[in-house]
Design a protein around this ligand. Structure first.
Ligand code: MLC
Ligand code: AMP
Length: 487
């Protein structure tokens, strides 16, 4: 069934039902039908057509949902951009995706590189407000691309995963069914809508099930307890850093929150088994951990009924085939580590304008995730790491190479490598090890430059000076031999 038809069960079928609250204002599903119809007319008037890319660089707000729905109706390719990205990341994504425009807010427009058409979100909303409420829909097929989502690349430059309407439909339908969403649920949405966790899972579970959603501009741990008390969600999706923060709540308050919470889902980074256990003790709620990727949306999930096994990501979702393979592509026996390969209606169509990267990642119709995992005899899969040296900080991905390249451009830097150091809240944080010419290297200036170029979560916590980087005979840096960094 087409994605829009699935949304229509809520947009049209539940038009009068309370759908969402944001910043103290309440909206019905019918309001989103009307808002997105008007936006479609405004976007058409600005010349957008099926297949055009349209980027958004916005904190969570209603207009992100309007843009998404208008994209589905008009066959647009929506390009979500992380609000923390700075000059270098933005330049690359906008040059690569070549969107017709970037929709942003006045306070963030200044970060967008010159030469890109910038559409102010408030001006666009005001322009749409008086337009016709009639529905205009452009014919789409399941394979119509709906989004280009950039995911960090091992080469330093991120690649756009081309996600189709079918990818989002298959993922959303599976999660609603597997996680037992009903229209009576109350989902507290604090994840950023520019990544698939908040967007493909959160927004789609909401629209497909017709439940209620409270949207916040972002996750703020100081306010989280108040939101839980006030909204009384039955469902919460978070990255492990959020669950670590939630462990700070007093026992009585946590227990009351847990009593109403039927489902807490963690993903995007490994959830330490200790956090899983502490959350269970404090909240009386067993976190359901699942595993996904930008390129594939969700692949593997602990079961709703049955054991939610700490430290594992559970079993393949019903629409996803999973294999654990060795380097040669042969399936390994249970209990043996290998790369996780996946296949299914959830897997993206390829990388945008990167046939080389697409060819490298797909083999015989299977997508090679780059994640290393092992399957137990009863089917539960445990992730053990990555083939690459990806760092995940607070659920945001960091490829060291991107930071290393920038550091190497700084005066006085002879060698540089970046590794993930353990962090109690964010899981990992990046730390740079450098060999420098002390007379020429200015750490403060280097750091200040990095801040203008990269998202805050990629800024090295420290520059650790070493005499030489440990290398193999072939010259590859042996990151594990670097001295341990202490904050
Ligand atoms: C985070 N920050 C933001 C922000 N989100 N700043 C502005 N707007 C936002 N929306 C920045 C802050 O500037 C600060 O930077 C840091 O992040 C947050 O500091 P904090 O308030 O102390 O938060 P903390 O408790 O540490 O929690 C961090 C966090 C954040 C959990 C809120 O890491 C986060 O939003 N993570 C979600 C990432 C996500 O959605 N990933 C899904 C990818 S999809 P500074 O300067 O202090 O660093 C994927 C596939 C899958 O992986 O399987 O899901
Ligand atoms: P992204 O490219 O931002 O979509 O990040 C996807 C990556 O996040 C995956 O390839 C995994 O390495 C990681 N990931 C997602 N969920 C989990 C999880 N539950 N446990 C461990 N790693 C995860």
């Amino acid at each position: 069934m087409p994605l829009l038809s699935r949304f229509d069960r809520s947009l049209l079928g539940r038009a009068d039902k309370p759908a969402l609250e944001f910043a103290g204002r309440a909206f019905t599903f019918g309001d989103f039908e009307v808002r997105s119809n008007r936006l479609v007319h405004a976007l058409r008037a600005r010349g957008l057509q099926r297949g055009d890319r349209l980027a958004f660089f916005l904190q969570n707000r209603l207009e992100v949902i309007d843009l998404w729905l208008a994209g589905v109706k008009l066959g647009l390719v929506i390009v979500p951009v992380n609000v923390l990205y700075r000059e270098r990341e933005l330049k690359h994504i906008l040059a690569d995706a070549a969107p017709k425009a970037v929709v942003t807010s006045a306070d963030m427009a200044g970060f967008i590189p010159a030469g890109t058409a910038i559409w102010d979100v408030d001006a666009l909303t005001a322009e749409a407000a008086p337009l016709s409420v009639s529905r205009l829909v452009v014919a789409c097929t399941p394979d119509t691309p709906l989004s280009l989502i950039y995911t960090s690349g091992t080469t330093g430059a991120s690649k756009g995963a081309v996600l189709t309407q079918q990818n989002f439909a298959a993922n959303g339908a599976a999660l609603v069914s597997e996680w037992r969403f009903t229209e009576n649920d109350r989902y507290l949405a604090t994840l950023p809508l520019f990544h698939v966790h908040g967007l493909a899972n959160g927004i789609h579970c909401w629209l497909l099930s017709g439940c209620h959603l409270r949207l916040t501009e972002r996750f703020e741990h100081a306010k989280a307890a108040e939101w839980f008390d006030d909204y009384q969600p039955t469902v919460f999706f978070g990255v492990p850093a959020m669950f670590v923060r939630l462990l700070e709540l007093p026992a009585e308050r946590a227990r009351a929150i847990g009593a109403r919470l039927r489902l807490a889902v963690s993903g995007s980074a490994p959830l330490p088994a200790e956090v899983h256990e502490k959350f269970r003790q404090l909240y009386g709620s067993v976190i359901l951990e699942r595993y996904g990727m930008t390129e594939t949306l969700m692949n593997i999930s602990n079961p709703y009924d049955g054991e939610r096994r700490p430290g594992t990501v559970g079993l393949p979702l019903p629409h996803v085939a999973v294999r654990i393979c060795d380097e040669a592509g042969a399936v390994v026996p249970d209990g043996t580590s290998g790369e996780v390969w996946v296949k299914g209606a959830n897997v993206c169509a390829g990388y945008w304008q990167r046939p080389d990267a697409t060819a490298a990642a797909w083999q015989d119709g299977w997508f090679r995730t780059g994640d290393i995992g092992v399957r137990a005899p009863d089917g539960y899969i445990t992730l053990q790491g990555r083939r690459s040296d990806l760092i995940i900080s607070g659920g945001f991905n960091i490829y060291p190479r991107e930071i290393e390249e920038l550091i190497l451009e700084q005066p006085g830097v002879l060698e540089a490598t970046v590794v993930g150091a353990p962090d109690a809240v964010r899981g990992e944080v990046p730390v740079a090890y450098v060999v420098v010419d002390a007379a020429k290297f200015d750490e403060t200036a280097a750091m200040a430059y990095l801040r203008t170029q990269l998202a805050s979560f990629k800024h090295p916590r420290a520059f650790v000076r070493v005499d030489a980087l440990p290398r193999t005979a072939l010259g590859k840096v042996q990151k594990r031999l670097l001295p341990v960094w202490q904050p």
